[in-house]
Design a protein around this ligand. Sequence first.
Ligand SMILES: C[S@@+](CC[C@H](N)C(=O)[O-])C[C@H]1O[C@@H](n2cnc3c(N)ncnc32)[C@H](O)[C@@H]1O
Length: 229
Amino acid sequence: MVLDKQGLGGISSELYEYVQAHNVLGAELEGVRRETEGLQNSFWQVAPEQAVFMGQLAELIDARKVLEVGTYTGLSALAIAAHLPEDGKLVACDIDFGPFEQVGRKYANVMGVEHKLDLREGPALDTMRQEIDNKQDGTYDMLFIDGAKNEYPAYYQLGKQLLRTKGLMIVDNMFGMGGQVVDHDVNDPRIEGIRSAAAMMRDDRQAGLIRLSMLRESDGIALVTKLAA
Ligand SMILES: C[S@@+](CC[C@H](N)C(=O)[O-])C[C@H]1O[C@@H](n2cnc3c(N)ncnc32)[C@H](O)[C@@H]1O
């Protein structure tokens, strides 16, 4: 999610432009990004450098099976799907695939990744629980969490079950839409959800169950690697 391109993460807009100029999305993802900019919730889409980064991470870990919570118009999903093998799968969870059908679908087609996408419309928690009921726990190489912020603790717990050992979960908006996680006057359920997921991660890290990096990219991202089943 891009909140403030001016001085984002404490860097000048000139330096941020430099960063963007060296994170090449390619024509199709750039098309998604540009078309989404005309929509009401365009700030929802991940920053271009984050899309590039996540695609590269998927390739680095040889991801074949990915689950995304929160697809919107499809920038993050397509950036990852482009780096999956031909028989790879990205299970995309969203309560409304209207924005994806409006923007992302045609680019998925041009990119030749439509067959890798498995769109599951409905509450992401239901889809994640169904996957566990269908014995898909421990089978996902990568998850990207960018859905309802008040549900982050549940996404995190179910996500850990779905991940294989050494699998990677990337969690967006760890700063709470502009740093609200450290504003103690804010007790909005979305911010409480992010704080609570962060506390779970820290406890799991201390218990040796995961590796954890929290990075200053965009609105803060957490990289979680599962260490044990
Ligand atoms: C921040 S946007 C995702 C942006 C997307 N990752 C991108 O890069 O363009 C959050 C998405 O989560 C979806 N969402 C909200 N609540 C949800 C829920 N309970 N289950 C599944 N999806 C949900 C919204 O419809 C929205 O498309």
